[in-house]
Design a protein around this ligand. Sequence first.
Ligand SMILES: Nc1ncnc2c1ncn2[C@@H]1O[C@H](COP(=O)(O)OP(=O)(O)O)[C@@H](O)[C@H]1O
Ligand SMILES: [Mg+2]
Length: 386
Amino acid sequence: MTDIETPYRELNLSTVADFAVPFLAERPIRAQEIGDGNLNRVFRVSSSSDSVVVKQALPYLKAAGESWPLTRHRARIECEALLQHGKLAPGLVASVLHFEDPLSVLVLEDLHEYQNWRDATIAGNDLSGVAALVGQYSAAVLVGTVGAHLTGPERAEMRSRFSYSALCLVTEELIFTAPFVNAESNRYDVEITDLVTALYKDRSLRMAAAELRFNFRTRNEALLHGDLHTGSVLARPNDIRIIDPEFAFFGPVGFDPGVLLGNLAMSRLAHQAADREHAASVIDTAARDYWQAFADEAARRWSATEPWFARFLARVLADAARFAGMEMIRRIVGLAHVRDIDSLPPTARFRAQESSLAGGRALVLGGRCPSFDDLWQRATQEETFA
Ligand SMILES: Nc1ncnc2c1ncn2[C@@H]1O[C@H](COP(=O)(O)OP(=O)(O)O)[C@@H](O)[C@H]1O
Ligand SMILES: [Mg+2]
């Protein structure tokens, strides 16, 4: 599959068409860029009868300028995670058509008939069955890779393939460190400066973040997606494909559900701040469906030789709550924001930002979260800082 003679070069709109020739039924007639190009370039190349998606890892993180080098090895991680997760959750993960290591390029089936779930949630579209399918995916891949369910050699092999990589250090920095110190990479609206200054001074929050970073580093429980926000789901009614697991690694099971629920909570808060009640209730249902499907599918897949499922699930929920809190804070003050909130007009935006920080804080510092209802209430109450 790989040609070690091929040196790395960045593909562009004119070269990507030639590159895609072997994967198309007829000659390419059109190439377009469909990604935002911060970390990777994502192209769609079409012939008159079919199309493919070509995703190339860039050797740096563009949002931070070319000064933040980022290993291209993540293209291999993404490819291997798509294959591994695809085996565990057949039909729920995007198919890889080809991988070219020297160019850090993946060729993927073109899912043009699907909608990005973040776009759907922002638009208030109720895509039936989608949240439950994402819950099934999470349970299939997380419970399917917990150590107790693999043989010793399988476990060792998988852990070495998905080791704690440079990408994990990026996640550590962006989620657990930068938002709590005055890091250069942080970005926030000047209007919420007082809230951010209070955050930097909050010692209990900074300690909790450091403890969660420690969990993230050390609890290598299962093969995570590593960046399971709503934009990593392509969806249509009763059908999903998961994309973009370039941050996959062995980590705490609660991390993926936490990131997903944190993103749904921010979507809820955005609708709430904009007085879009129906859209807000669509998100409430989605969050509940995700967790219920996760719990049901996890129970189904849990090994009978491990008679402590209820305690496992309670621990995943409590961890998910705290990781959701981290996500809701870093998306307001850190480098990467969510469009759900950033696209709001100013007054609604500041309200949603304040609520997200308050919800994040309640999740992280509010003690062990006992139930989904408690998690969701802490995350989405429109409480402001005293
Ligand atoms: N296989 C695919 N089919 C159709 N669209 C895709 C596919 N993969 C990615 N996309 C689109 O391109 C966007 C960027 O892809 P993504 O893998 O998330 O890149 P990045 O890691 O750079 O964020 C996605 O939000 C999605 O809309
Ligand atoms: Mg990505």
